[in-house]
Design a protein around this ligand. Structure first.
Ligand SMILES: Cc1cc2nc3c(=O)[nH]c(=O)nc-3n(C[C@H](O)[C@H](O)[C@H](O)COP(=O)(O)OP(=O)(O)OC[C@H]3O[C@@H](n4cnc5c(N)ncnc54)[C@H](O)[C@@H]3O)c2cc1C
Ligand SMILES: NC(=O)c1ccc[n+]([C@@H]2O[C@H](COP(=O)([O-])OP(=O)(O)OC[C@H]3O[C@@H](n4cnc5c(N)ncnc54)[C@H](O)[C@@H]3O)[C@@H](O)[C@H]2O)c1
Length: 456
């Protein structure tokens, strides 16, 4: 066993998006920085290793598969290509920090010993790091719902690393991970069933939007079961059995793999936060103020661990706030955030920003709504050109001010289009201005003109 000590200006715990960007920025300014990551397989964090990047790479690989392509072969190659990509990005992420003289990357599990000290353990090795400022960036971990993960019962992390295509996949949970994986595995050739305890998948969306999305998934052959109370998941070796109750009737289905996708909870359990005097919320997130300071002023929390929206770009924006606190004017805050968009990577993608129609009405806004099925767009030929005429485009607009309150875009290129709508919302561009601007042709954006012309 070896034990040693080091002292730094800034200690970042967890190699996530916000933390690594902050570590590089502070290191380049001449501060002594330590980055602690528990696994060398996770340099760069969730997004590039087990989250956004591999899943979106697999969605792309699945979309390229033609019906005549052998499903198993195609899937095996897709997993290999994806693993190569994440390996490349992991190496680049490691080097980004390791090549800075001021930054030390430490591989080991971090745990607070006191408010300024973290103990890092790796096997028998132990390192004590003392720091003036500490940033917690440990991310989130899957909620397992009491189901035993192992063998054929997996989370997204294990499933994307498995080179054998599950011919029958049961997905428990119809949120982001659930529907993205359902759509992707169906396109790889699997028979997919999604079970959710909510009445509908994508239950945060307006019913009309969720219905069109559900129709697209059903059109891919996916079985969607709402109001399903999953009572048992058993790995029987040769296959798994999933039992659920719906409307008082109990049903058991067999699966080659069961994906548990019930959400992700902040990773705070083993951090020794008590020893640091850092408070957590009722949901186990690190409690932070608008400047992402914890109950200890010198300790910040960025990314999923602080209980905010679980997106890579939110973690990135968290780093801007902390950097501003450490070396800037100290004015930037989470309260400044307006119109943060998101995308569910179905094919076509479903992207949304701002309020849904339901949320806008509930909040008491007098609204106008414009909504059009992509198949009914007459003056916007791009969907027909790219053979993707499924979906719906919807805007929710304040009747009095003409300000855009929200949009749901379920169409080709939605993951790009939504950023333009978000920018318009942030800068007060009205629905009429978005409608009447000059767009290239043929493009996906020009559909805004036609859809917004239908504001009722
Ligand atoms: C399957 C999937 C798909 C997703 N797709 C998208 C998407 O398309 N777009 C999007 O924006 N978001 C997506 N997300 C969410 C996104 O990945 C996360 O919001 C984001 O990566 C969170 O980053 P973070 O900065 O909070 O930390 P993370 O990137 O989660 O990093 C935390 C790091 O801390 C390490 N760690 C934890 N505890 C310790 C400890 N005690 N000591 C040392 N190290 C520790 C972990 O190993 C990990 O590397 C997806 C998530 C999943 C699971
Ligand atoms: N494209 C993206 O940006 C993207 C992709 C994947 C994940 N993510 C992030 O990761 C987070 C986690 O994703 P997720 O899909 O695991 O969580 P989620 O919260 O999006 O969805 C969980 C789903 O599980 C259902 N559920 C919960 N308990 C259940 C039970 N006992 N039985 C049946 N159904 C149950 C819920 O109704 C919900 O539909 C997301 O919130 C998102 O922020 C983002």
């Amino acid at each position: 066993m070896t034990a040693s000590q080091m002292r730094v200006d800034l200690l970042v715990v967890g190699f996530g998006k916000g933390g690594k960007t902050l570590a590089a920025a502070m290191g380049k300014r001449g501060f002594q920085v330590a980055m602690v990551e528990r696994s060398e397989q996770m340099y760069g964090g969730t997004c590039i290793n087990i989250g956004c990047v591999p899943t979106k790479a697999l969605v792309h690989e699945a979309d390229l598969r033609r019906p005549q392509d052998d499903a198993e072969d195609w899937y095996r190659h897709a997993v290999k290509n994806t693993s190569d990509l994440t390996g490349l990005m992991r190496g680049n992420n490691f080097r980004m920090l390791d090549t800075l003289d001021t930054v030390t990357v430490i591989t080991g599990r971090a745990r607070f010993a006191d408010p300024h000290t973290v103990e890092v353990t790796a096997g028998a090795d132990r390192l004590t790091v003392r720091a003036d400022t500490i940033v917690i960036n440990t991310g989130a971990e899957p909620v397992t719902g009491g189901f035993a993960i192992g063998g054929r019962v997996v989370t997204s992390t294990e499933l994307i690393a498995t080179p054998e295509l599950p011919r029958r996949l049961v997905v428990v949970g119809g949120g982001y991970v659930g529907v993205e994986f359902a759509a992707m595995y169906a396109r790889f050739g699997a028979e997919v069933t999604v079970l959710d305890h909510a009445p509908h998948i994508l239950h945060r969306e307006d019913r009309d939007v969720a219905t069109v999305a559900a129709d697209i998934l059903r059109g891919q052959g996916i079985t969607l079961v709402g109001e399903a109370d999953v009572t048992d998941v058993t790995d029987l070796g040769s296959h798994a059995a999933v039992t659920y109750r719906q409307n008082g009737v109990s049903t058991t289905i067999d699966a080659d793999a069961v994906l548990v996708a019930l959400g992700r909870k902040p990773a705070t359990a083993d951090l020794g936060l008590d020893a640091a005097g850092v408070q957590v919320t009722a949901t186990g997130a690190v409690a932070v103020d608008d400047h992402l300071r914890t109950s200890q002023r010198h300790i910040f929390a960025v990314g999923d661990v602080n209980g905010g929206p679980q997106f890579t770009y939110v973690s990135l924006d968290d780093h801007r706030i902390v950097l501003d606190q450490l070396v800037g004017a100290g004015t930037r805050s989470t309260a400044d955030r307006v119109a943060v968009p998101n995308t569910v990577f179905l094919t076509p993608p479903l992207a949304r920003v701002g309020l849904t129609e339901t949320q806008a009405r509930t909040a008491g806004h007098a609204i106008r709504v414009a909504s059009k099925l992509v198949a009914q767009l007459a003056a916007s030929p791009r969907p027909k050109i790219v053979h993707e005429t499924r979906g719906l485009m919807k805007f929710v607009v304040d009747a009095a001010t003409d300000q855009i309150l929200g949009a749901a875009l379920l169409c080709a290129d939605a993951q790009e289009l939504i950023n333009l709508v978000a920018l318009a919302m942030r800068h007060g561009i009205t629905a009429s201005e978005l409608r009447d601007t000059i767009y290239t042709h043929p493009s996906s954006t020009e559909a805004f003109t036609e859809v917004l012309a239908g504001l009722a």
